[in-house]
Design a protein around this ligand. Structure first.
Ligand SMILES: [Zn+2]
Ligand SMILES: [Zn+2]
Length: 347
């Protein structure tokens, strides 16, 4: 006997209250609801003539509370969420992995031909030579092999983190991404029938019912655990981790100044910002913007380029974009009000 599925709106608000960003799914399906006319390209067979091509990341529909562009609309705002499910009460609940700080291990159990080469089961993992024929049938068995190879414990037995059974018999293990890290979704890179939902991908929340069946939470655990360290190491090894690009610590070419003092000053400031420990980042960025602000008129440096490289260094340090923008703007303006002459320091 099974209890009735909880109301989608209640699930969505419950997830949002934990900081997980949600978006509505088309009733009965596991795809996002259609956005407004302007934002929906339609399908190959039935293109939408009202569609206007644009970047969904900057779409004004999101501020207006419309669920356009699927994952890109995901939010924790209870007003937007209540509005969406008032419009479509039967919409399923999608959870956007990256914005929620979630990594969801998707273990498939849909049969298919089992690879005979161990390197295709778990690429890069040394497996015992004596795997019994027929003992590996699906993703759950491949995960068990990985867990054994790492001398770890299976995260869901008994569930120590929110674990969801999918209509096709697969299992989703929900984890929190380690602080300050970014990850990308990749199918099968970890292992056969083992996918990772992270970054721009989403998972269907428990309680959602589609035409194929229900997504149900297993056991009693309804909290989300940290990603186990052993699994984080493997996902890093398989390329799921997004590594911050190296910051640019020099301007392309200080225009016709060509003096070592200016280049060294710029480089020193940018390096300080890029490497600033958390807690001092905003202050370091503001001070760097001030120092370069005092300098750029006399050094004939391009202001836009300075802002650009400061922004890049701040991004590398992990400073939120809006915070960085404000620190740069106020620092530069203050510096520009106290210009420094280069005479005497130019070498
Ligand atoms: Zn729209
Ligand atoms: Zn749009």
């Amino acid at each position: 006997m099974s209890s009735p599925a909880p109301q989608p709106l209640r699930v969505a608000l419950w997830l949002a209250a934990q900081g997980f960003a949600v978006h509505p799914l088309t009733p009965g399906l596991k795809v996002p609801v259609r956005g407004c006319d302007r934002c929906s390209p339609g399908t190959a067979e039935r293109p939408n003539p009202a569609y206007v091509e644009h970047d969904g990341h900057a779409c004004p529909c999101h501020a207006a509370g419309l669920p356009c562009h699927g994952v890109l609309a995901a939010t924790t705002d209870p007003d937007h969420i209540s509005g969406w499910w008032a419009t479509t009460p039967a919409a399923g609940v999608g959870v956007a992995a990256g914005p929620s700080g979630l990594m969801i291990l998707d273990v498939d159990c849909h049969g298919g031909d089992v690879p005979t080469d161990p390197e295709q089961l778990l690429p890069g993992v040394e497996l015992p030579a004596d795997i019994a024929p027929g003992s590996v049938r699906d993703g759950q068995d491949v995960l068990a092999l990985l867990v054994e190879a790492r001398r770890a414990t299976l995260p869901g037995c008994p569930p120590e983190t929110l674990t969801v059974r999918t209509p096709s018999g697969g299992v989703h293990y929900w984890f929190r991404a380690p602080d300050g890290t970014q990850w990308r979704p990749m199918a099968s890179a970890l292992g056969w029938q083992l996918d990772m939902r992270a970054g721009s991908s989403y998972a269907v929340a428990p309680g959602t019912v589609t035409r194929s069946g229900a997504y149900t939470a297993l056991g009693d655990c309804r909290t989300v655990a940290e990603l186990p360290v052993w699994l984080a190491r493997d996902l890093d090894r398989t390329g799921h981790r997004v590594r911050p690009e190296r910051p640019r610590v020099a301007l392309p070419r200080p225009r016709d100044v060509g003096n070592g003092y200016v280049a060294a000053a710029v480089e020193g400031e940018l390096r300080a910002v890029a490497e600033a420990p958390s807690g001092t980042r905003n202050h370091t960025l503001n001070r760097a913007a001030f120092n370069l602000g005092t300098l750029h008129a006399a050094a004939r440096l391009d202001r836009a380029q300075i802002v650009d490289v400061l922004t890049d260094a701040a991004r590398h340090a992990g400073l939120p974009e809006r915070e960085a923008e404000a620190a740069i703007r106020s620092g530069m303006s203050a510096g520009e009000r106290q210009p420094r002459p280069l005479a005497g320091v130019a070498t």
